[in-house]
Design a protein around this ligand. Structure first.
Ligand code: G6P
Length: 362
């Protein structure tokens, strides 16, 4: 019987492979790289005049998209903070004029995220969601759709990539309205965003992730490190890995390692390090050396044009060269594939992991 998996063994793999299409839908008609402008339906230039800061609230994978967006906004001069929605709901920051609350939720039904929006004393609320007509579209003043298409696998994959793409467009719109001018490299950034679907296609076609998953089949724990957007990707890489393999996996900022987690590093704890072509890569390389000095195997997720990285690690999961703000999206696809193949090897219930639900509405 046709289960809707379209020839794939699992919905998760199908959805990983659908990312080029989903990303294309998120970006198409919304970015004009030549003009360096963003055209978001319902959010014309000037929409966010008067906004002074952004609070991003979300849970799970969507929280990692919120962290990613926090980095994108901050580097564009827009004050932003990502909050775990449950924490925001319990202790919302004091009311301040000019605050925009952006809820991020694939389903639009997550109870903690709804609670955060209800608790917010913000001037304006906006939801970035995949589901038209969901509860959060009714709770918030505005809705921006990510257009990833239906996602069946409990472990979120294509919705994350499309959330980041959509939040990238929103970040440019906010930059224009809050700072008063577009980002200096808006054209390059939007052109990289437009090229992302083809580059994700290259990543899903390379067999590198399966080989890496196979070489670490019996490890004790799996760690993930990165900085900036790469930190969000490290947390998301670890979340995906633990959700579907049931192995111990943890993500950290690379700098945090020496403040504790390094005590856990042994030759049985592979570390995945995200390099995104920014200045921080030099420090991350230093962290990698500290790991290897303790016998820890290191897998770099890095663009092919980083030869110093390749020489310093055990394996490389390559990603095509792109704008530094978007390397994380490509790196995350490699980590999705590592988690998938690791879980498949272990015979796990990939589409419906034990104890987890697609949407937590209570
Ligand atoms: C559940 C799902 C996660 C998801 C999270 C937030 O925990 O298992 O995959 O990231 O809810 O869901 P939302 O629909 O709000 O993005």
């Amino acid at each position: 019987k046709d289960t809707g998996k379209g020839g794939y063994d699992h919905y998760m793999l199908k959805e990983i492979n659908e990312q080029p299409t989903a990303l294309g839908r998120s970006v198409r008609g919304r970015a004009d790289p030549e003009a360096g402008t963003v055209d978001l339906d319902g959010f014309p230039p000037g929409t966010f005049e008067g906004i002074e800061r952004v609070h991003l609230v979300a849970m799970g994978t969507s929280y990692h998209a919120a962290m990613y967006a926090e980095s994108l906004l901050a580097s564009r001069g827009v004050p932003a903070r990502a909050f775990m929605a449950s924490e925001y709901a319990t202790a919302p920051p004091p009311a301040e004029d000019g605050t925009l609350v952006v809820a991020i939720s694939q389903s639009g039904e997550t109870a903690d995220t709804i609670a955060a929006v209800r608790a917010a004393s913000a001037e304006r609320t906006l939801v970035v969601t995949n589901v038209v007509g969901s509860s959060l579209t009714r709770e918030c003043d505005d809705a921006l759709l990510v257009r990833a298409g239906p996602e069946i696998g409990v472990a979120a994959t294509k919705s994350f990539s499309s959330q980041v793409a959509t939040l990238s467009l929103l970040a440019e719109r906010l930059r224009r309205d809050v700072v008063g001018s577009p980002s200096p490299d808006a054209a390059a950034f939007l052109s990289a965003l437009t090229a992302l679907p083809d580059q994700v296609q290259q990543v899903v076609e390379s067999g590198a992730a399966e080989r890496v998953a196979d070489s670490f089949a019996d490890s004790e724990a799996y760690f993930f490190i990165g900085r900036g957007p790469g930190h969000a990707v490290a947390l998301e890489g670890a979340l995906k890995f633990k959700e579907i393999t049931y192995e111990h996996a943890e993500g950290f900022t690379a700098a945090e390692l020496k403040h504790g987690p390094l005590a856990l590093v042994t030759e049985d704890t592979p570390v995945f390090a995200v390099f995104d072509g920014r200045d921080g890569d030099t420090e991350t390389l230093g962290n990698v050396q500290e790991i290897r000095a303790r016998g820890g195997p290191v897998v770099a997720v890095a663009s092919g044009d980083a030869p110093d990285v390749a020489d310093a690690v055990d394996h490389v999961l390559p990603v095509p060269a792109t704008h530094p703000d978007l390397v994380g999206v490509l790196a995350n696809v490699q980590l999705q594939l590592v988690a998938y193949h690791a879980a498949k090897r272990r015979g796990r219930s990939i589409d419906k992991p034990r104890n987890l639900a697609k949407s937590v509405t209570v």
